[in-house]
Ligand binder design. Structure first.
Ligand SMILES: Nc1ncnc2c1ncn2[C@@H]1O[C@H](COP(=O)(O)OP(=O)(O)OP(=O)(O)O)[C@@H](O)[C@H]1O
Length: 179
């Protein structure tokens, strides 16, 4: 059998994950503007391309079809220069990512952000508890090497700017290491 070797990417792929409301999309959008990398908001992609596997009546949201999402993104991920934004991280191929950012938010701040979305009480409480117990961080630690995981606080606007600068700095180093 003949294997086609995939050339090493020259620009990195970054996963931004964290509990809903921790600011993944805000950071991903700014990072995409600063770098020209492609922002993939997985929930949006699933809806737009019909990569869903039903409706979750308890949480009132679509259930994404993880296999279809991975198939949809595979070719683009091989090229590098992608920012993937999703509140889960254990179903993506590990080889896709060079950096995994886990955003964390103080529970009082997160409560305020999620209350504005009119989530029902159970969805609100479950998300706050998930953040308190660091469920997504644990999921990231179970799925990726710890050297590529970056846990970042995102409570106020200064945090967003600092996190953006940190990631831009990381990209510069990563790219110069590839030369
Ligand atoms: N550093 C910050 N300071 C203040 N507000 C912020 C900050 N980051 C994000 N926000 C605000 O918090 C809310 C949630 O942000 P955002 O939609 O980016 O979160 P998310 O993690 O992508 O959520 P979801 O997983 O549900 O898509 C938005 O109203 C956004 O403007």
């Amino acid at each position: 059998m003949e294997f086609k070797q995939i050339p090493q990417r020259k620009i990195p792929n970054i996963l931004i994950t964290g509990t809903p409301g921790t600011g993944k999309t805000s950071l991903a959008q700014q990072l995409s503007q600063s770098t020209g990398y492609v922002h993939h908001d997985i929930s949006l992609l699933a809806k737009e391309k019909n990569l869903c596997d039903g409706w979750d009546d308890e949480y009132k949201c679509y259930i994404i079809d993880e296999d279809k999402i991975c198939d949809e993104l595979e070719n683009q991920m091989n090229l590098g220069g992608n920012i993937v934004d999703y509140h889960g991280c254990d179903f993506f191929p590990e080889r896709w990512f060079d950096l995994v950012v886990v955003l964390r938010t103080n529970n009082t701040v997160l409560y305020d952000r999620l209350s504005k979305r009119n989530y029902h009480q159970k969805k609100l409480t479950d998300n706050i508890e998930s953040e308190i117990f660091g469920v997504i961080l644990e999921e990231a630690e179970d799925s990726y090497k710890k050297e590529i995981i970056l846990e970042l606080e995102n409570n106020e606007i200064n945090d967003l700017e600092r996190n953006l600068d940190l990631i831009l700095e990381w990209i510069k180093k990563w790219e110069s290491n590839q030369k």
